[in-house]
Design a protein around this ligand. Sequence first.
Ligand code: UDP
Length: 352
Amino acid sequence: MKLLTILGARPQFIKAGSVSREIAKYPHIKELIVHTGQHYDANMSDIFFEEMNISKPDYYLGIGGKSHGAMTGQMMEKIEEIAIIEKPDWIVVYGDTDSTLAGAITASKLHIKLAHIEAGLRSFNMQMPEEINRILTDRVSNLLFCPTKTAITNLRNEGFGEFNCSIIKSGDVMLDGALYYRNLAKKPLIAIENEFILCTVHRAENTDNIDHLISIIDALNEIAQERQIIFPLHPRTKKVIEEHGIELRFTPVEPVGYLEMVWLIDHCSLVLTDSGGLQKEAFFFQKHCVTLRDETEWVELVEGGFNTLSGSNSENIVRAYREMKHRISDFSCKLYGDGRASRIIVESLIAQ
Ligand code: UDP
């Protein structure tokens, strides 16, 4: 069996790391990796391939730093050429980026079976590029691997039960990774105080809207007077902060590799983020989270009191921080499966 895996962005390398490790246990499965180049900085791309032992991409497309239309179109053109040559049994895509959508449309037009890992998630906010990518990818997928019960319900509500596809509750591949890499975690070589806060910001709704970003940074500047904030700065956010001369009254750090990130999540006292993946990882490591957005795809975290939505308003963020830093929760519920999602995914692909 031949799989053509399409990757392009940091969270996809992290998710694929666990699935590729599982695929490698089956000598009759050949996995070819296409890296679209959507994320291309060494600390946003290469380091994950090295740390997670993902084999070097078989094809590197070098399509990054362009508009959504240009990237998706150029990726589709190249993925189509590769798929025609390689004739894979399956194209495998992850999550909700432009690389996901490009792989999905190409597979469906060439009548190659498509597997979507992390299917069924919805924010119900069609302003988000990720929401558009998710909905369209799900619609043309043959195998939809859902991380949560909510994801399955979303698909059922949209009528997917009537479509020619299989919906499988696999659990979340990010949990597989978090469990596997926890013991390999590395403390970053920076001064770290007790009870620090881990923060990331990169969503378009917070970086493209300068008022949102200024408001978030105002809140972080205030919180930083009380507790150290470790803020690995996404290149997109860094660019906007520099272009607009926004004053950060504490020192951010460069994006870190996954092993350092796992250490930071495991040792922080609270997470503030607009990242999708980090909201879940906070839960895996029994940390509360303030989500710097108005809605989330991971609603079960909010319902369970593990996460709260602050949006980008600075007073709301500070209020949420003060409330969440004292919250006590029982994190024992298994919202994201039991860490065997990759195995379920690979066994399902073999069984098809
Ligand atoms: N991450 C990382 N280094 C960093 C920041 C994030 O390894 O400096 C990891 C994080 O732990 C999570 C993933 O990158 O596993 C999330 O990616 P991102 O926030 O870029 O995307 P999203 O999850 O929002 O799609």
